[in-house]
Design a protein around this ligand. Structure first.
Ligand code: ZN
Length: 267
């Protein structure tokens, strides 16, 4: 619940509302997030064009949201900090010959099994795993939040495609990192190496580093597949590797639309 992690949430929601979103938004965060977001929106007298659903994080939580499987794990920081792992999964291969052997007619029942629902045929229950290979992970992304390195987090990050890890300090300022319960770039790189992730994206830099390049160099000495997060930078996982694309940020704000009730003619 530190300001640098939550103050932007109401603004982000308002931006989504201004761009006409109607689909519900799900939020996952520590206790207190819901009260903070709801009271900020209420104080701004800002209505949203969509509903919000809140999920409270706790250590070991696993839930399905937005078509992904999300896990949370408590890190070590001066306030309760959760690290997350998000996995997008795809169903395993469907075997038509197995379905036929079980006497399941082609059509809606096949579709239901492929969508992961059990079906009933001739009074017998057939589970999807009888005709499908196990679910595969399509892509997995882990995020550290603010934390010292911990063994529990290595478990959470294990084998992830991308680990987004804080790197507030350089190794030269490791005492500061210890005092403030943050990580150095080298700490982040060691976590990436121990967890066996594919790519490391460093973020959350102290503003004492005018050029975060020093943090990148430090991390790459330990974990060569390290990259820097930057405003407007997109990372795409492609067969040939991690692709980076930089683009300018659109910061336009439509004030009149932010507060529609203030601009409505009074009756
Ligand atoms: Zn922070």
């Amino acid at each position: 619940m530190h300001g640098d992690h939550v103050l932007g949430v109401p603004g982000l929601l308002l931006s989504l509302s201004l761009s006409g979103r109607t689909r519900e938004v799900q939020l996952l965060g520590p206790r207190g997030l819901r009260g903070f977001v709801e009271s900020a929106l209420e104080r701004m007298r800002a209505g949203l064009t969509f509903g919000l659903e809140f999920h409270e994080a706790r250590d070991g939580l696993e839930l399905s949201m937005c078509g992904a499987t999300v896990r949370a794990s408590l890190g070590r920081h001066s306030a309760p900090n959760y690290a997350y792992r998000v996995e997008f999964r795809r169903p395993g291969k469907f075997h038509p010959e197995r379905a036929e052997a079980l006497g399941i007619p082609r059509g809606p029942l096949w579709k239901a099994l492929q969508a992961g629902s059990p079906i009933s045929v001739g009074g017998r229950l057939v589970r999807p795993e009888e005709v499908m290979d196990p679910v595969e992970v399509k892509v997995s992304i882990a995020y550290s939040g603010d934390t010292r390195p911990t063994a529990g987090l290595i478990d959470l990050f294990r084998g992830a495609d991308i680990l987004v890890h804080e790197a507030t300090f350089s190794w030269a300022h490791r005492r500061k990192a210890l005092e403030n319960l943050h990580s150095t770039a080298r700490d982040a790189a060691r976590m990436a190496a121990r967890a066996g992730v594919r790519y490391l994206v460093l973020t959350h830099f102290s503003n004492r580093y005018a050029d975060a390049g020093v943090l990148l160099e430090e991390a790459r000495r330990v974990f060569p597949s390290s990259y820097l997060a930057r405003e407007g930078r997109t990372f795409s996982l492609a067969p040939e590797g991690l692709l980076l694309r930089d683009q300018p940020i659109n910061c336009r704000v439509h004030v009149a639309r932010l507060y529609p009730q203030d601009y409505r003619p009074q009756r």
